[in-house]
Design a protein around this ligand. Sequence first.
Ligand code: ATP
Ligand code: MG
Length: 139
Amino acid sequence: MAGNRTFTMVKPDAMAAGNMGNILQKIEQSGFRIAALKVTRLSHAQAGAFYEVHKERPFYGELVKYMSSGVIAAAILEKNNAVEDFRKLIGATDPAKAEAGTIRKLYAKSIQENAVHGSDSDDNAKIEGGFFFSALEQF
Ligand code: ATP
Ligand code: MG
């Protein structure tokens, strides 16, 4: 059965551009309830740990540098079929390939600086949410 929670980050490029509010508004208007939310900044080591699964990929070093380059907003989102529906809402990794109206089409700058993160499975949503929020911080 599809789970009802996913995890997202508004990435440093979108935070620096002042688009956190626009992005959170679009998320809420698309039927997601924000169950946890914080603005924070990852150290290089924390970003490396978060993206551990991508360690072998050629862009890993650049990705870790970028994700620790500025503040981010981390959030847990609730909705039926949350993981899949949120991936649809954010659009393709490369904004040039993202569908019109998706968050990445609207706000991403490049395949790396692509405005938002969205978990790719129920298991990862749980792990990633737990990386940022204790049980007491999830409502
Ligand atoms: P996310 O996990 O952030 O939601 P995604 O699942 O669409 O994105 P992944 O393949 O998991 O994409 O890649 C993680 C992140 O690494 C991307 O969102 C992007 O910031 C960066 N990235 C992915 N592919 C490339 C690439 N070819 N060049 C540079 N950066 C990349
Ligand atoms: Mg991913």
